[in-house]
Each structure stands twice: as C-alpha cells, then as structure tokens.
Ligand binder design. Sequence first.
Ligand code: PLP
Length: 815
Amino acid sequence: MKFDAEEFKANLTARLRRQYGKDFSQATKHDLFDAVSASALEIIMPNWMETRREYEAKETRQLYYLSAEFLMGRALSNNLINSGIMEGVKGVLKELNVNIDMIEDEEPDAGLGNGGLGRLAACFLDSLATLEYPGHGYGIRYEYGMFEQHIIDGQQVEFPDNWLKHRDPWEVKRSDLSVTVRFGGDIKYGKTPDGQDRFYIENAEEIIATPYDMPVVGFGCNTVNTLRLWQASSPNGFDLQLFNDSQYQRAVERQNNAENISRVLYPNDNGPMGKELRLRQQYFFTSASLQDLIRQFVIQHGTDFSQFPKYHVIQLNDTHPVVAIPELMRILIDEYNVGWDNAWSVVQKTFAYTNHTILAEALEKWPIEIFQRLLPRVYQIVEEINRRFVIELRQKFPEDYYNQNHMAIIHDGKVYMAWLAIHSCFSVNGVAELHTKILKEQELKNWAVIYPEKFNNKTNGVTQRRWLLCSNPELAEFITKRIGHGWEKDLSLLKGLEKFADDDATLEELISIKHHNKERLAEYLKHAQNEFLDPDSIFDTQVKRLHEYKRQLLNVLHIMYLYNKIVEDPTYNPPARTFIFGAKAASGYRRAKAIIKLINSVADRVNNDRRVGGKLRVVFVENYRVSVAEKIIPASDVSEQISTAGYEASGTSNMKFMMNGALTLGTLDGANIEIVEEAGQENAFIFGLTSDEIIKINEEHSYNPQKYLDRSPALAKVVRQLVDGTYDSTGHLFEEIHNSLVYGVEGQRADIYYILADFDAYVKAQEKVAAAYADKKGWARKALLNIANSGKFSSDRTIEDYVRDIWKLQKVNIK
Ligand SMILES: *Cc1c(COP(=O)(O)O)cnc(C)c1O
C-alpha cells in the first residue's frame, strides 16, 4: 500500500487533536496507539472498499467462516506488517521520538476465544486474505472476552476482560446493516397477506443484531477481507412505556437481557456448555449472519435460491454454529416460501462442518426443553429433519436398534448438534491425520459407514506472518538473509535452510537469536511479575489451556521428581532448566484450578530452596494469551506437547514452537505425529503410549495404575508428596488430584489420562533432552531442521487444502 510520511503525520496530528484535544507533547502512549491505529486504518480503507466492490462485481463464490470464537490478539503490528507500511510508520514515529514497541503494548488483545479453536479461525482469516481468496469471518462481538487471569496466593482468580473500555480503533460499526433476531413466541399457521399458507411466529422476543466490521489485511497483496462481529441490543433501547408506568427496574432489565446475549465469552475450552444463554448466543450470531447473506443474495441474484450454493459456502467451526442449518431451512421455507426438498438441497450444498474434538463432554447436545422454548419453529424443523433421517436409518441399519436410536439427531431428550451437522453437511473434517482416523474408525464409525464420501482430513496450520514475521523479527531476518523473501507467502521455501545445517556460522547465529529472545522474555517477566529467569538455562515450555488431557500434571510430577533428585544427591548436576507454564482453567473446572495451584506451590518451594542453586526454576506466566504467546514461543527451547495419545485433536502451539526452533517433547498425538514426520524422529523427543495402545487398554479394561506405583519408588514418592504436606501444609489442597490418580474419584476410574503409565517414559525423554542440550551445536542443528521442515504447518497450506477439496474458491486479484 502507498505510504506518504507527511500525510501520515498530518493525519496523526489531526486525530490527536480531534479525539483527545492534544498535541504530540501531551499525548499518552495510549492516545498514540489509538491515533496511529486510526491513521493506519485510513490507509487500509481504500483497499477494503475496493475488495468489497470487486467481490460484488465479480459475483464470485465466497466463503463464510462461522465461528463463536475468533482469538485475534492484537491488530496493530500485524496490520502494519501485512499492509507493508510498518517501516514507513516506524520512520514517522522515530522522528517524533516514539518507539513502536511502546505503543504496541497499549493495545488490549481481542481475546474473543478460548484457545486453539478460536486462534485457528484467526490464522485462517489471515491466510485467506493473503492468498487472495474471498473468505470472511462471522462471529460475536463479546463485550468481555476471555477473562483476565490473576494468580493470587497461587490460585487462579478471574477478572473481567473489559477490552472495549477504550474504543477499538480497528472496528467499524455498521448500524445500517442491523437485523432482527427472534426468540421464543408462539408458532402459528395461516394465510399471509399474499395468500400463502405458512408458519409464522407471534409474540417473539426481538433482539437487534448490529454488525461491527474489522479489516483482515492480506500480506503482500491488496486484499482486505472482513471479520463481521454481531452485537446484541434491545430494539426499543430503554423501554419508555415501562418507565412511565413506574417500572424503571423492568425497563432496565429488558434492555440488559437483550444486551446480555453478546456480553461475555463462555470460558469453557473442550468442556460442557449446557447453558441456555450459550444457545441464545449461537442462534443470535448464526441467524444474523444468514440474514445478512440472504439480504445480499436477494439484492444481487433475486430469489432463485437454487443459485445460493453457487455463491456461498459456509464452514461451521465445530458444533457452535450448527443451529445455522435449521435456521437456513426456516428462512427459505417461512420467509421465501421455498419447498422443503428445495430448501434441503440448498442446505446440503452450502454447509461444511469441522470437528475439533472427541472428548465426550465437549460434544454439544441441548435439552429439548431449552431448545424448543427458545427456538420453537427452528426446533420443529430439526424434528422434521430428524423424522426423515430416522426413516433412512431404519433402512440402513434394519436390525440395529442401537444405531437407529443412538444416531438419531433427537434422542434421550436432547438435540445432538454434531449428528445434525454430519447428517446435513456435504463435508465433515477432522483437524489432523490421527484425529480424522479416530473419527472414522472409532467415534463416528457408523457415520463413516453411511456417509463415507463426507469424511476428510484438513491438518491445522498457523500463519507465519504472526508467528514468525511479527513475533520473531530476528529469526525472520535470519531466514531472509539465507533464502531471500518469499517464505512469508510460501512457507515450504524454508526447506532451503536445510543446506545450512552444518554451517557453523549459521548455527552460532541461531543460538544467539534464541538467546536474545530468552533475554527479552526474561526482561518482560521481570517487569510483569517480578520473576527472574536465567537465559542460559533450558526454557522448557508448556503453554495452552489447562485441561487434564493435556497433562500439565505429568509435567509437574516430573519437576517434583527432579527436585527430589537434586535435593537427595548434591552431586547430581543436570543442565539448568526453567520450566515455563501458561494456562487458563475454565472458571468452573475445579481440578484444573487445583493443578494451577500445584504448579505455583511447586514453583514456590523449588524457587526458594537454596539447595537447588539455579539448577531448576518454575515460572507460571499469568494471563496467558496471544500477545504473551508471541513473547514466550520465540524464547523457548523445548515445546511440551504431552497430551494422552488420541485426545488432542491437532494442537497448533506445537506448530508455532516448531517454526520458532523449539524441539518437540511429545506424545504421538494430534499433529505431533506429522511434525515428527516432517522434522525427523532424531530432531524431536517422542515418548509414551500410542493411541492404539490406549484404545486397546481402554477396550480391555486392563489398566492398573497401581502397578506403576509399585514398580517405581521415585514415582510413588512424588505422588505421595501431593498429600504428605510437602507442597501444602494442610495436606488437603491436592488430595483430589492425588485420589484421581491413585483411586479414581466421582465414578471415574483411576488415572484416566495415563499419567502414571507414561511417567517413566517421560522422565527418560527428559533425560535425553538434557543430554542433547549439553551439545549446543547439535541442539541448534536440530532446531534449524525443525524450522526448515515446518512449511507444512502454515495455515496457507491448510487453506489451500480446504479450497481444493471443500470450498472451491477462485482467487480474486484486487487492484
Ligand atoms: C495457539 C494458541 C493456543 C492453542 O494451543 P494448543 O497448545 O495447541 O492447545 C491457545 N491459546 C493461545 C493464546 C494460542 O496462541
């Protein structure tokens, strides 16, 4: 994009004056962040408008990525880099004695997601725009995103994330495009004014959905796509009638109830979601998005909806937006008088579904009572889809009453959203090879029998623009110096780094870059939470949501084991290690919160024991989020990816670490398998049971965790230390964790995530890590080979896979 320094400066000055009544000398860092962002948006705006015009003029097929979560992080640096004006802006700011890093930190993360699923949506948008595909996001403008995590006395305490406290300079409110979303009411059948017999709803509660658009700037091209987020409000605003009737309280309540729909993101990752407000959120944003699409379609193409799939493909990010399926049926049938079969044919050609997990507790099912009360007409349509499907099921599984019942979209008093998706969509994909295989052979076996053609794999990816170019500028320069530009848009070019694997100067430089990044992280943590990190120690990192299947507990037990060893044997001299954790626990997930407390208790003890003498340090980074990930990942040596095999669908932080030259210490789970395939076994540390072994043990009910405790006194000791007062003088804080490992609690059997079974193998793998790190050059060589072979894990590759197999989009070049 064109950059005129004088014009930018003038714009900046005008903004500061108009918005804040200040000149440069009076502006705060935050004022500057806001004014720089707004001035940058001004430069981006012509391309944004031109992109929209081109898509309309070309009448091209467009993708809509429906997702309840977009974990965008910060926009400023990313947008400056992608639009190619970073250097220009830096130059202007330098003249004014302002460092871009200073104002960068003023931007709150757009934390509109929990973890991997939401971040994937954000990476996909970046790749779509960069590859010049017409693809947009639709979601919810949560007033409060992912909660802010504070650690108080070692415990997680949640605070509201008021990210919109100041205005967001990147969003554009489009009140002109507001739509109405209806809840509840009574189903009626009768003649409409134009003489048609139709269903309609009376006495519905009406909610206004107002879109806020954010630009999605492609790198090295003129494409600027749109992320459209819906905000809820009451149609009448404050109800004056109620107010005049002296019902002030009720008048406020009504307004609040409407606004509550987009108030707050549910902080459950891979967890249960049974709340009514959650279903309201899902219907709210999917209905608004479909109304938006259909309004545009009717203006451009009229009401021949058989043409709808020619221009639209909708990807459903997990089951969260699946209610869009019956909603599109409803709109076509009730509002445009399309017959059932024609409407169904449109739906089947429009929607594709991505499955993100096999964890039973995360598969959404809504009690009929809630669904029907909230969405009576939509429920009726789901019933009809189900009625027709059950007839097919009887033919497909004539004697098999289990499948006839279990695969029904409605059964046992609930609506099964994944079943609705698989039955209705033309594509069902998993997010890594292993995950898709498990779906086809285990979890969704019977679905793969009736719909084999629907199932396909799309291994996740991450954008190298954010996760290398923005977050690790030194490494980016190191790469460009050796293989030139081009890798920013084609990550497979990194392969060209392989020929430097035995070049001493290259390895020295790589070591020094990692060291700088470690120093920078240390500096940040000193200021942020008064932690002292030794950049010469191994930075061994596990950052991700706190979940039992991700096994942060295995990591902690190993640290407790190392600590025992160091204390028991003063001659034991392992390389200095810093164990870094970052993780938020769902606010209602008691055991996950206890694990956070355990990490902090272990940190407290280990970090304050003189006998440890710098060999071991444990750091829990508060409030893990995208902007913190961008600091931690480039500084890490070891990437902990230690989930129970078969449970992590893909993982994406494993890919970010690989790109940044960290070595994977992991199980054969999710995309780790493909990472090791690319990087080479010898450049990673793989351990533990395989998913096949775990499936077998599960089927045979043959797991005996006690065996492992009997066999390993060192393991028995750390497990005992959970309750013997070593880490908690009351002896009770970690009792539940202990019991879940040793006895099983709440009807679960002991150690359902095979922590004790994998412990020895993990210890051995960690010993290999320590030994390998002693050879600095050898380690750097492995790191370089990881970087060189990370090309597959660009979300650009993932998007090209989706485009080829599912979306069938054409690139649109924006002039
Ligand atoms: C990438 C990312 C995740 C996903 O991490 P996994 O280890 O793949 O679960 C979660 N949170 C943030 C902030 C991320 O950037």
